[in-house]
Design a protein around this ligand. Structure first.
Ligand SMILES: Cc1cc2nc3c(=O)[nH]c(=O)nc-3n(C[C@H](O)[C@H](O)[C@H](O)COP(=O)(O)O)c2cc1C
Length: 198
């Protein structure tokens, strides 16, 4: 498969950046080709604007959005890597989702049921988080993210199968971080192929 990794972190030495590298190493070890969209390094503009509204995914698509859509078009699997911020996405990846997965290209709400216009792709979220797993489960944050990202966002993306891997305790000990990097590698190594959505 061709695997696109989309990274949101301004620091090339961040834990998130190493997570993306570990995931890609795993994917390469499984025989996949890899491509990295390093949004900060590439200067992607995350701000949804009038140009995006006027394009509506069909005409006069802003060149940076068209470039990202071409990357998606050639990918069979996509992994988003970003740190959990305020129980949600940081602004760069949020803007990438808002602008690139546009109405008319990714989905069309006028044709209910709300299914993706995109072919099935394998989709993974690798999300470093400061919190512990019990904290996120008991508070309901994990269930909220599963609903919003896996059922909602990844559904509109046409991702099948879909996986959210929260890398809990990402600011912890070096042993802890090492085990999270091993998890990231294993997620790349064991990527499932795309399947028709259920
Ligand atoms: C602005 C901000 C908001 C954050 N919000 C959360 C949060 O809601 N839940 C959480 O578990 N960790 C939160 N964190 C911790 C980050 O997820 C953690 O620092 C990050 O995963 C570490 O990865 P990095 O070294 O690649 O930045 C937050 C950190 C920052 C800077």
């Amino acid at each position: 498969m061709h695997v696109l990794t989309v990274l949101d972190h301004p620091n090339p030495a961040s834990f998130s950046a190493v997570v993306a590298q570990s995931f890609m190493e795993g994917a390469k070890a499984a025989g996949h080709t890899v491509e990295l969209a390093d949004l900060h390094a590439e200067g992607f503009d995350p701000l949804w604007s009038m140009a995006d509204i006027e394009a509506d995914g069909k005409a006069s698509i802003p060149p940076d959005v068209a470039n990202e859509q071409e990357r998606i078009a050639r990918a069979d699997a996509i992994c988003l890597v970003f740190p959990l911020f305020w129980w949600g996405m940081p602004s760069m990846i949020k803007g990438w989702v808002d602008r690139v997965w546009s109405w008319g290209w990714a989905y069309d709400q006028l044709d209910d049921p709300e299914i993706s216009l995109q072919r099935p792709r394998s989709g993974v979220l690798l999300t470093p988080a400061g919190a512990r797993s019990d904290e996120m489960e008991q508070s309901g944050y994990l269930a909220a993210l599963e609903t919003a990202w896996i059922k909602g966002t990844f559904g509109y993306f046409g991702f099948s199968p879909r996986k959210l891997e929260v890398l809990y305790g990402s600011t912890g000990s070096s042993e802890r971080r090492q085990s999270l990097l091993e998890t990231s590698y294993q997620v790349g190594l064991s990527l499932a192929p795309p399947q028709p959505a259920k």
